[in-house]
Design a protein around this ligand. Structure first.
Ligand code: ZN
Length: 138
């Protein structure tokens, strides 16, 4: 149990509401800047590249390659105590942005830069998630 409630998470970052809605429907969507056309992650209300607030949400492929990662050995929250060690990766999406996500289905020692990854949608304690695993590992 994380103790986190989706409505509290969205209240802290209202500009992420649509991302959470999409994840709950097992899709990835991100806002694309109407001025410079770059995708934004995290979904901020203004573009970190050009400052424009103009944007439109669009579907994004939930796959990519491993850019970097950290292996967490000490749980920062008691709810994660049973999960350590776990891996949080930076995933380079083919559509441009890099996003952060838990990795699963791979031992930390087997991780390698540029490893092909595919998204795994799910939910835990009412919070939808997108994690990644090695592509074709089904
Ligand atoms: Zn922009």
């Amino acid at each position: 149990m994380s103790g986190l409630r989706l409505e509290d998470v969205v209240a802290q970052a209202p500009e992420s509401a649509r991302l959470w809605e999409a994840l709950a429907e097992r899709r990835l969507e991100l806002p694309r800047c109407g001025a410079c056309r770059r995708l934004r992650f995290p979904p901020l209300s203004t573009c970190p590249y050009c400052g424009s607030s103009d944007h439109a949400w669009e579907p994004v492929q939930a796959r990519g390659t491993l850019y970097s990662w950290v292996v967490t050995h000490v749980a920062f929250d008691a709810s994660l105590a049973d999960d350590v060690p776990y891996v949080v990766g930076t995933v380079q999406l083919p559509d441009g942005p890099r996003i952060f996500a838990r990795l699963e289905g791979v031992a930390p020692a087997a991780l390698a830069p540029d490893m092909a990854l595919e998204g795994v949608f799910g939910d835990e304690d009412g919070l939808p998630f997108l994690r990644f695993r090695p592509a074709g590992a089904r």
